[in-house]
Design a protein. Structure first.
Lengths: 106, 117
């Protein structure tokens, strides 16, 4: 199975700053990568699909990039509402796999 | 907008079968690809399996011998059965769906299942 590795495990940033989250795949997933956000007590929410396409309703200060094995989620002008755990997920090959998550603390 | 709601027993005894239902409202269940995903307390997300194109199923190899996912179009429901459960199956279970290929943009709120005697 494809192993997804996210870094860092925890990211502490100040309001207004920019956060950069990384996701690495153990083999190429092409652009078949999604990013999700999960807040405590809530279901995950899709942010990005196709590595760089924002899901409906996601603001432009979130952007995804990368292809193959290296991916990045960037969040600019961080706000308190961005505090959450962020997961990447590959859907290039079965089984679908998730990264371990990055916790963003504002 | 389609909405999902998971339901089922919150407590299951070891060695028994965990059975959950995801009730779909707002659209036809046949129009989507479906998945079950679980999350043990305080841990990350684990994919259980998918049902796509209204009938094809694929399961996580780590669970394959114990899991089945099915669809009831007459009731607009998705079902999950996981047999021979152990404490390691204790988790929040989510159903999720998409019309795209396998990035899931609609999720149920999840249902907590505890395996304990």
């Amino acid at each position: 199975e494809i192993v997804m590795t996210q870094s860092p495990a925890t990211l502490s940033v100040s309001p207004g700053e920019r956060a950069t989250l990384s996701c690495r795949a153990s083999q190429s997933v092409n652009s078949n990568l999604a990013w999700y956000l999960q807040k405590p007590g809530q279901a995950p929410r899709l942010l990005i699909h196709g590595a760089s396409t924002r899901a409906t309703g996601i603001p432009g200060r979130l952007s995804g990039s990368g292809s193959g094995t290296e991916f990045t989620l960037s969040i600019s002008s961080l706000q308190s509402e961005d505090s959450a755990v962020y997961y990447c997920q590959q859907y290039n090959l079965w089984p679908l796999t998730f990264g371990g998550g990055t916790k963003v603390e504002i | 907008q389609v909405q999902l709601q998971e339901s089922g027993p919150g407590l299951v005894k070891p060695s028994e079968t965990l059975s959950l239902t995801c009730t779909v409202s707002g659209d036809s269940i046949s129009s989507y690809h479906w998945t079950w995903i679980r999350q043990p307390p305080g841990k990350g997300l684990e994919w259980i399996g998918c049902l796509y194109n209204s009938g094809t199923t694929v399961y996580n190899p780590s669970l394959k011998s114990r899991v089945s996912i099915s669809i009831d179009t007459s009731k607009n429901q998705l079902s999950l059965n996981l047999n021979s459960v152990t404490a390691a199956d204790t988790a929040i279970y989510y159903c999720a769906t998409t019309k795209r290929w396998l990035s899931f943009d609609i999720w149920g709120p999840g249902t907590m299942v505890t395996v304990s005697s």
